[in-house]
Ligand binder design. Structure first.
Ligand code: NAD
Length: 297
């Protein structure tokens, strides 16, 4: 058997196109563009790349992008003051503070300062609480993107066995909440789980969000399982390579022979994250302007 490839890149491109079209309608209705503010502290190279691509994607989707780049030694108080200014800024619908923050800053305190209705990353405790209690709020972009891929592939998830490997606040926990909301039977596995292969073998749906290269092996999977690989890991360069290959948390070649469908790395979950960020920003903009967002957004 050879698994179908779940093409997150193509799905994300379609979502971005839809967001762009709705953003143009929003501009007509609201008399201004939707706006996303991104705050970057320090010069972490990976964060620089993420922030640049978020900015470009925001502009390409007919929205305003406001970038704030602050030096590495910015104080927590100064960062919170900027967040408060953005909370009050009528042109800003969504605020994203790029993580990780330098060690002297308490990230939780900064996230807590974001207006929950502008928290398009869905990391504020109010939004985490809304998700946990099944009320409407902002859902973290990566797990929401995974959920879109899963429902596109499988339709109704009711009664399916889902195993989420990883319990971070950013991916694993919200992913499990979303699956539970969709009536799947959900297990969260983590670093202390006993006999992880046996747990994963029960799953109709496996979501791997660990950060360990190719940890999930083919013989851990039930035949026909749907596998969502969130992991992004760079291998050490092989002979003749300048940079090592990017791989997920799942042994893609092996798993492809057993799974029913699988996301590749790169080109699976990764592109969904920014597309969902734009979608969340546009939803925030509609609420901010007192307009109804289209229900299919
Ligand atoms: P994290 O380090 O915060 O969490 C990792 C989780 O994996 C922890 O809950 C831990 O309990 C669990 N874990 C660690 N070792 C384990 C083991 N041996 N067996 C089972 N569970 C184990 O990471 P995160 O932020 O949730 O990210 C996870 C991965 O997803 C990383 O590779 C990250 O780069 C990637 N990621 C990708 C995107 C994207 O856009 N595609 C977004 C966020 C994160």
């Amino acid at each position: 058997m050879s698994a179908d490839i779940i093409d997150g890149k193509a799905f994300a491109a379609k979502l971005r196109e839809r967001v762009g079209a709705v953003a143009a309608d929003f501009q007509t209705a609201a008399g201004r563009k939707a706006g996303l503010a991104v705050v970057l502290v320090g010069d972490d190279p990976a964060s620089q790349v993420y922030v640049r691509s978020k900015g470009k994607a925001t502009l390409a989707a007919n929205m305003d992008s406001f970038e704030h780049r602050l030096p590495d030694d910015t104080s927590q108080a100064a960062l919170v003051a900027l967040v408060e200014k953005l909370n009050a800024d009528e042109a800003v619908d969504g605020i994203l503070v790029q993580l990780p923050l330098p060690g002297h800053i308490d990230a939780q305190a900064v996230i807590a300062a974001i207006d929950p209705d502008k928290d398009v990353d869905g990391f504020h405790v109010i939004n985490a609480g809304r998700l946990a209690t099944g009320s409407t709020g902002f859902v973290p972009c990566t797990p929401l993107g995974c959920m879109m891929l899963l429902t596109d592939r499988l339709g109704d998830l009711s009664g399916l066995e889902a195993v989420v490997i990883g319990r971070s606040n950013i991916v694993g926990k919200p992913m499990a909440q979303l699956l539970l909301d969709a009536n799947a039977t959900v297990t969260i596995a983590h670093s202390r789980t006993k006999d992880l292969p046996a747990v994963v073998r029960r799953a109709d749906i496996v979501v791997a969000a660990v950060g360990r290269a190719e940890m999930v092996r083919d013989d851990w999977l039930k035949d026909g399982a749907t596998v969502i690989d969130v992991g992004i890991n760079r291998l050490a360069p092989a002979a003749g390579e300048e940079k090592g290959r990017l791989v997920g948390d799942v042994d893609f070649a092996g798993a492809s022979a057993r799974a029913g469908a699988i996301t590749p790395v790169p080109g699976g979950v990764g592109p969904m994250t920014i597309a969902v960020l734009l979608r969340n920003t546009l939803v925030a903009a509609h609420a901010h302007a007192g307009l109804d967002a289209p229900t299919d957004l």
